[in-house]
Design a protein around this ligand. Structure first.
Ligand code: AMP
Length: 191
């Protein structure tokens, strides 16, 4: 029988705790966790030529070209045998969402839900500041962070309205403990 894959997207501004929550959720429901940003950093860290080339885009807080990230993500979904994925960092703008939705359609795969973690800008900045002391990310200089947050507001945030109109948006207050956020996500997804 054909494997009908399900997808859950976790979205929210930088510092909203997306990766932590996405990874906890994936473990809980037995889906595979995929973070586009983490994957790009891994490729670069391994010295993969495409990964190194793409780091030119993300190092200063800009976005990687749509066609390239789409291709990278689709090949991850295809080569993985999981029945489901929790995705963090993709789709990032309207053009990626459009291509992703038609890709799901062609494969008869399902976008089950979108979890939107909302948190104040002030709290995001506070969290990024403390995290960057530990993680040493190349794109966490004050200028890059500013650029990434403004790209989020400009390109990614407008997708919330699209998900809402499709009836799949789950809004979660992300200014709580990790455990409580996760438990709100479970309730919102009915799991
Ligand atoms: P993140 O870890 O999600 O903050 O992603 C780190 C960086 O990787 C971003 O600032 C972008 O440069 C790049 N990136 C990750 N996902 C995407 C995407 N879907 N489209 C374009 N660029 C992306």
């Amino acid at each position: 029988m054909m494997n009908r894959k399900s997808f859950i997207i976790i979205m929210g501004p930088q510092g909203s705790g997306k990766s932590t929550q996405a990874s906890l959720l994936a473990d809980y429901i037995g889906y595979k966790f995929i973070s586009s940003g983490k994957y790009l950093r891994k490729l670069e860290g391994e010295g993969d030529p495409i990964g190194v080339k793409l780091s030119e885009y993300w190092k200063d807080g800009g976005l990687v070209p749509d066609e390239l990230i789409n291709e990278i993500m689709f090949s991850l979904f295809e080569k993985d045998v999981s029945n489901g994925f929790v995705i963090d960092g993709f789709p990032r703008n309207h053009s990626q969402l459009k291509v992703f939705l038609s890709y799901l359609n062609v494969n008869d795969w399902v976008l089950r839900a979108v979890v939107y973690l909302y948190v104040s800008e002030e709290e995001c900045l506070k969290r990024i500041e403390s995290r960057s002391k530990i993680e040493m990310r190349l794109d966490e200089s004050p200028d890059s962070v500013k650029k990434r947050l403004s790209l989020y507001h400009l390109e990614t945030e407008p997708l919330i309205a699209e998900y809402n109109s499709r009836g799949i948006l789950k809004k979660i207050n992300a200014e709580q403990s990790i455990k409580n956020i996760q438990s709100d996500i479970h309730s919102a997804l009915g799991i």
